[in-house]
Design a protein around this ligand. Structure first.
Ligand code: URA
Ligand code: SF4
Length: 209
């Protein structure tokens, strides 16, 4: 079946080179999502990053700019990183799925949830990013990333903040997605979820110190 695997560089040295991976991902047709998106949004950050953050997929702003977490969700993430004492320029930020999946409502592009098939199809890219970086910690933001990295049974509502060892990193955890915080209508829930996110990031920062 279709997947990103056949679009990875053949040369083993280029398979662990983030720039070579990013260039290869520009031409990925491992699932149908490239068709309606502007561009591949690859991960961003230094190759020697100790922490990798994994979101769901690029949103409208990310699709236009080509960079992950630059829109409203990115602003929430920036605030939480700052509150946790984590320097965004020193971490690597990426997504489980690298093209923007959306539906049209008039001219508005509305985020659509990637399917399990699409998440699986895109997984070779994130695995290659992990292999290139060898992060000391991975933080999954939201259920999509948690499912891809921690398994289909992982429940963010019950298990956020738990630290697991995975083949990808000795410290692998998951917390609320910044967009989920923006979506909850109740103001007290918004504050509570934001505090959870900042607390979870702070706990990871402490483990790294
Ligand atoms: N939401 C995500 O999951 N990733 C982004 O890059 C932006 C919004
Ligand atoms: Fe390839 Fe992932 Fe884009 Fe699908 S979403 S085309 S697998 S980069």
């Amino acid at each position: 079946s279709m997947s990103a695997a056949e679009f990875l560089p053949d040369d083993p040295a280029r398979r662990t080179d983030l720039s070579a991976l990013e260039r290869a991902a520009e031409g990925c047709r491992g699932c149908d999502l490239y068709k309606d998106a502007t561009q591949t949004v690859f991960g961003s950050g230094p190759a020697d990053a100790e922490i990798v953050f994994v979101g769901e997929q690029p949103g409208d702003n990310e699709d236009r700019t080509g960079e992950p977490f630059v829109g409203p969700a990115g602003q929430v993430l920036n605030d939480a990183l700052e509150d946790a004492g984590i320097d965004r320029s020193k971490v690597y930020i990426t997504n489980a799925v690298k093209h923007f999946k959306h539906t049209l409502q008039g001219s508005r592009r509305i985020h659509a949830k990637p399917s399990a098939r699409e998440i699986t199809a895109c997984k070779p890219w994130i695995e290659a990013e992990f292999a290139a970086i060898k992060p000391r910690a991975i933080v999954c933001l939201g259920a999509t990333a948690a499912q891809a990295i921690l398994g289909r049974d992982f429940r963010i509502t019950k298990q956020r903040g738990e630290i697991r060892e995975t083949p990808f990193s000795p410290i692998t955890t998951a917390t609320w997605h910044p967009s989920a915080i923006l979506r909850v209508p109740e103001e007290d829930a918004t504050q509570r979820m934001y505090d959870d996110l900042a607390d979870d990031l702070y706990a990871v920062a402490q483990l790294m110190a």
